[in-house]
Design a protein around this ligand. Sequence first.
Ligand code: HEC
Length: 104
Amino acid sequence: MRKIIISIVLIYSTLAAADNNVVRTSSDIYKKCMKCHGAKGEIEALGVSKKISSMKENEIEKALKGYKMGVRNVYNFGGLMKGQVLSLSDDEIKKLAEYISKLK
Ligand code: HEC
């Protein structure tokens, strides 16, 4: 009986760990960005931001990391953007920047 319980706990914790590691693709992540920046990054978000598809890959990456660290605030919406990128890893940000720069 004890063995069964231990096995169940082990299987459960493995599944839970796997769930945390779900790989989010850039196109999945970008879905929430579309609402403000447009499906192709062609919209000036809330009427203030640049059209992000016109930005270079390294500019986008730098901007997103700046928002994540809370040091970028160009049009007074830095706090809003921080909330959008806080949960992204640096690796996800890098891939997302590449993805956005190629939206056409
Ligand atoms: C609720 C609307 C909204 C959502 C959702 C949103 N953004 Fe933004 N974004 C803004 C606004 C407003 C700004 C301007 C922020 C500032 O004041 O610096 C901005 C700025 C940016 C910039 C810099 C543009 C510039 O002009 O310098 C990039 C890059 C960017 N967002 C990418 C993203 C990405 C990637 C996502 C999704 C993870 C996202 N945004 C989600 C509204 C939004």
